[in-house]
Write a protein that binds this ligand. Structure first.
Ligand code: KMH
Ligand code: ZN
Length: 311
């Protein structure tokens, strides 16, 4: 088995400040959290940016550059930049971070879907919200379609290939694996690929162990086990740790982070992304799986190296 690649997804664009006071929002907070997550054992950090004033997700290129540069100066960790964007953005706006930063890794969302957290508003009173945009944003997701049509996916493939950025293929359901196979057959993606099985999003596949095993069997059949590496995201608690444990046992890789889950144990908020990373490191240790350093992860995934990024 490969050594375990741990990814820390630091802030996301869906987690709300009302959910946890520990969500990093400003570039400095995101950089600090990335450094601590790397020290705890993360080989890769997945970044989104937020408006430093409002905590609202932003795709402002300068904020992305500030975060990526700040992390690079302090930690030898792979930076996986989002191309997920925010509601209302075109594919061109979402992908511009790739030519701008030429990162080693960037997310590539492998199909369109509903993607919502609107039921969460039932948990909070109006006075709980930290920012005025939060409740409306969560409710608005009820009508949101996360659009990743074939034309857009082709465009993302080209942009990533031209910039030497490896796609981190986010598959939120079994059909997305078939979309990936289509792109491979069209010669738009090259083996070996790096796939995330993302479970537990409202709009995608669930987080039962059988769901992940079905994703894995399907990927084996479509791609061939030798042609891909995989990791798992179980959104929410306890899915995050249950499915990371499954991946550790099955030879996959693990993602944690406040983008996906805010609890370190039942009802206990994680105080940082590093705390979530440390828990996976402990589980892997108990199960005898060694942790990959960033350079070992680069070798496993075939990344170009941090000397070839544009930040
Ligand atoms: N925009 C969200 C619905 C990613 O990082 O690429 C999902 C997202 C995933 O942004
Ligand atoms: Zn993300």
């Amino acid at each position: 088995m490969d050594k375990l690649i741990i990814t820390a997804a630091l802030t996301g664009n869906i987690t709300l400040p009302v959910q946890t006071p520990h969500l990093p929002l400003t570039p400095q907070q995101i950089i600090d959290d990335a450094v601590r997550a790397a020290e705890a054992g993360a080989a890769s950090v997945h970044i989104h940016a937020r408006d430093p004033e409002t905590g609202k997700p932003t795709t402002e290129p300068d904020v992305y550059r500030e975060i990526a540069t700040g992390i690079k100066a302090r930690a030898d960790v792979i930076v996986c930049v989002t191309t997920g964007g925010v509601t209302g953005m075109t594919a061109a706006q979402r992908v511009r971070v790739v030519p701008n930063l030429k990162p080693e890794l960037a997310t590539f969302n492998a199909g369109s879907m509903n993607f919502s957290i609107h039921p969460i508003v039932e948990r909070y009173k109006d006075e709980d919200y930290k920012y005025p945009w939060e409740k409306e944003f969560a409710l608005g997701l009820k009508e949101y379609i996360f659009s990743n049509n074939f034309a857009d996916m082709e465009y993302f493939c080209t942009a990533m290939r031209e910039n030497g950025t490896k796609p981190e293929l986010e598959a939120y359901d079994v059909g997305h694996l078939y979309n990936i196979r289509y792109l491979i057959r069209q010669k738009l993606l090259d083996f070996p690929i790096w796939v995330q099985f993302v479970t537990g999003v409202l709009g995608g596949i669930g987080s039962a162990l059988e769901d992940v095993i079905h994703m894995k069997h399907t990927a084996d059949r479509l791609f061939g086990p030798e042609n891909y590496k995989w990791s798992v995201i179980g959104a929410g608690y306890p899915a995050e740790f249950n499915l990371d444990t499954l991946a550790i046992i099955m030879g996959g890789h693990a993602r944690v982070g406040l983008e996906d889950n805010i609890f370190v144990s039942k009802g206990v908020l994680a105080r940082s992304n590093a705390e979530l990373v440390a828990k996976v490191v402990r589980i892997a240790g108990e199960l005898g799986r060694e942790i990959a350093t960033p350079d070992e992860a680069r070798a496993i995934l075939g990344l170009k190296g941090r000397d070839k990024v544009a930040y």
